[in-house]
Design a protein around this ligand. Sequence first.
Ligand code: PRP
Ligand code: URA
Length: 210
Amino acid sequence: MENNITILDHPLIKHKISMLRDKNTGTNEFRKLVEEIAMLMGYEALRDLPLEDVEVETPIEKCMTPMLTGRKIAIVPILRAGLGMVEGILSLSPSAKVGHIGLYRDEVTHEPKEYYCKLPSPISERVIIVTDPMLATGGSAVDAINQIKKHGGTSIKFMCIIAAPEGLERLHREHPDVQIFVGQLDRELNDDAYICPGLGDAGDRIFGTK
Ligand code: PRP
Ligand code: URA
C-alpha cells in the first residue's frame, strides 16, 4: 500500500471485472459478480484487522490461538450502487452493522446531491468500509466521507470496483487518511463524467433500471 491507495492485482478480481464490463452481462449475473468482487476485495481490505490470542480447547488440548479483536465493522454503501457490494462483505463479517448514505449525481453538473444518511451509532467506535462500485469524479465518495467524519467516524476504508484517475486523485487529496481499495484503475472520464472504458451506469446495471 502506497499513500493509502491499493490497486488490487488478483487475477480472479481482474477476470470478474472484465465480465462486468461486458454490455451483454445481464442483471442477475452482474449482481452476483459485484457481490463476489466485493468479497474478494474485502478479504484484502480487512487484512490489517487486529488479532489477539485467546485460549481455546481443541479435542486434543488447550491452546492459545488468534481471534479478531478491537473495533467492530460498519459497512456504509453509497446508494444505490454501493448496496450491491454489501452482501459480499457481510459474508466475511456477518455481524457488521450497515449504514446508508443516499447520493445521486446531478446529470448536468455531475455534483452529488445528498438525500439520505443513516449511520450506526456510535460510528466513532467502528472500522468503516464505504462501498461504491464507481469512483468517477470522486464527488460522491468525498461527500459521503465528509458526512461520516461529521458523525464522528475516524477509521475509514473506501472500496470501489473501478476508479478513474481523476476521482482517485481527488479522493486521496481530500481524505488522505482514508485507505482506498480499487479493483481496476481505468483510463479517464468522458464529457459526461462516465468512466472509460468502465462498465456504464453501475446502479442501472445492478437494479435493471435505465
Ligand atoms: C454513481 C456511482 C457513484 C457515483 C460516482 O451513482 O454509483 O455513487 O455515480 O460518480 P462520482 O465519482 O462522479 O461522484 P449515481 O449518482 O449514478 O446514483 P445511483 O447509484 O443512484 O444510480
Ligand atoms: N457512475 C457510474 O455508474 N458509472 C460511471 O462510469 C460514472 C459514474
